[in-house]
Design a protein around this ligand. Structure first.
Ligand code: BTN
Length: 185
């Protein structure tokens, strides 16, 4: 029984890692005024954060970061390589690594059904968006400001262009994750 759930969890982790990489195949939309594009790949990070919990979610994201470091084309546009992990978008990628643990931490402060990984739709939606808006945009902008010699506030305000698209992505990820959680017990 124990072995069975371990295999099931590992399979689920591998499926979400694969899904994260598949999202990289959707072309990025460049913005021009900030060297960070609109991507679909962060939906995958949201799903991993919502469904896998802190430990498994961080492990999956760590494998993803290692794949980037090894030069595999797992990022949008087929990018990969050590240089990316220190380039203009590196802060966003490091924030993605922290997102599953950040979500699990915030989820402790809201009501949750016993045994469930994620809270209900409303709280999950709010927490994922809060993490995106403050942690992902915050770390992303701080690193971008550092490497591009930009003002932090200017870099952070540039992220407001991501808000409409990211709100839709948070909605999609939370809807899919809520449906999966209600089926996988
Ligand atoms: C990369 O591929 O190098 C990382 C791209 C990071 C893009 C960030 S994630 C949050 C925000 N929403 C987007 O659609 N793009 C940015």
């Amino acid at each position: 029984m124990m072995q069975h759930s371990k295999v099931r969890n590992l399979t689920m982790d591998a499926v979400f890692l694969a899904l994260l990489i598949v999202f990289a195949m959707v072309p990025a939309i460049p913005l021009g005024f900030i060297p960070v594009p609109i991507v679909l790949q962060n939906v995958g990070v949201m799903l991993i954060s919502l469904l896998l919990g802190a430990r498994r979610g961080t492990a999956v994201m760590a494998v993803f970061v290692i794949m980037i470091a090894l030069g595999l084309s797992v990022l949008t546009g087929g990018h990969g390589g050590l240089a990316i992990l220190a380039g203009p978008t590196a802060g966003y990628i490091w924030a993605w690594l922290l997102q599953p643990a950040g979500f699990a931490l915030l989820a402790r402060f809201v009501p949750k059904t016993d045994g469930a990984v994620m809270p209900n739709f409303f709280f999950s939606f709010a927490l994922i968006f809060i993490l995106d808006f403050f942690m992902v945009f915050g770390l992303g902008s701080a690193w971008l400001a550092h490497v591009a010699h930009m003002d932090f506030i200017k870099a952070y305000l540039g992220n407001m262009a991501f808000v409409p698209g990211d709100l839709i992505k948070v909605f999609l990820a939370t809807t899919v994750a809520t449906a999966i959680q209600s089926r996988v017990k």
